[in-house]
Design a protein around this ligand. Sequence first.
Ligand SMILES: *Cc1c(COP(=O)(O)O)cnc(C)c1O
Length: 399
Amino acid sequence: MSYKVNKEGYYGEFGGAFIPELMYPNIKELQDNYLRIINSKEFKEEFAHLLKDYVGRPSPLYYAERMSEHYNSKIYLKREDLNHTGAHKINNTVGQIILARALGKKRIIAETGAGQHGVATATVCALKGMPCVVYMGRVDVERQAPNVKKMRMLGAKVVTVDSGNKTLKDATNEAMRDWINHPEDTHYIIGSAVGPHPYPDMVTHFQSVISEEMRWQLMEQTGSELPTRVIACVGGGSNAAGAFYHFLDDTKVELIGVEAAGKGIHTKQSAATLAIGRPGVLHSARSYLMQTDDGQITEPYSISAGLDYPGIGPLHSHLYETGRAKYLAATDTEVLKAAFLLTRLEGIIPALESAHALAALDKIKMNPDDVNVVNISGRGDKDMETYLKYFDDEKYQTK
Ligand SMILES: *Cc1c(COP(=O)(O)O)cnc(C)c1O
């Protein structure tokens, strides 16, 4: 069984490039060139250099002693929260900006929902002195004001999108329109392992540094490169894809993705795509989607803006259908409890997204000798307002 992408951009029956004819030149140029570029010596050297000296990699693999005691099983945390800009997203934007320059592009565009990917893109554009336009729905511009200010300070132009629901899906449509109108000089940096081929493979490649480091860090700390299981939260699926990638063929290693159950998967207020979705085409790829009986995409909901997406990357649909990975869903309440527990036991405030992965520790059976690696995709600074609303409430505290 192969878990890697094939030449046509498919993972099993998922993926592909269902693009409008007008976008064909842009996508074809990427498909024809990305492997040559990312495997070149120049690319590898610059990527390694920026990951080390700019992003701050390798991110530590931290043995969480008090968490391990609490769960009576060994818990290791992969600290993507310590990266520059506070999450794993910078691994991808650093890779894509080097690629864009190798392709001779002069201008960068991106879409953003919560603003985290917009900030990571504006950051690398400042680093390389490239003009940057970020499309963002009006609803998101209003509810994510601090990130809009950061993007502007970094020199990006934030374009407010007023079409449709004025959220991520509409911002993505506008970014695609821009790209179609500027095929020669512009590169579109997509923020997760989603979209037409080659984006899912490209983004997974850039994020796979996470599992590459995990292997040697585990070897150093446990004497084996292989853990019992790896746990990561799943929105579009890029941090999970990166955390799983170098373990895909080691089938003894359990891979567990955690979706956002929101208020519960049966409430219509969730973002648990694999739990309640069906296959279809969104953003130019075939994958599981949240949709109505007649195929309309439904509006997702999660307490964490970064998981609030009605689709999932094609790699995860394939891992789900083949059973190579298991997918759980955590509710907002479970997630808040998990975030407060980590904060009080280890002094680490996780992003709400990452707290979904932590919430899975209450849902799986673990033995005392198991080695569990939880990917902490980002830090919680951006979520303080949400946390403050709940943290005096007994209901969310573990005794
Ligand atoms: C954006 C984001 C996610 C979700 O994106 P994936 O592509 O599924 O990884 C998860 N965690 C954090 C901290 C994020 O910013």
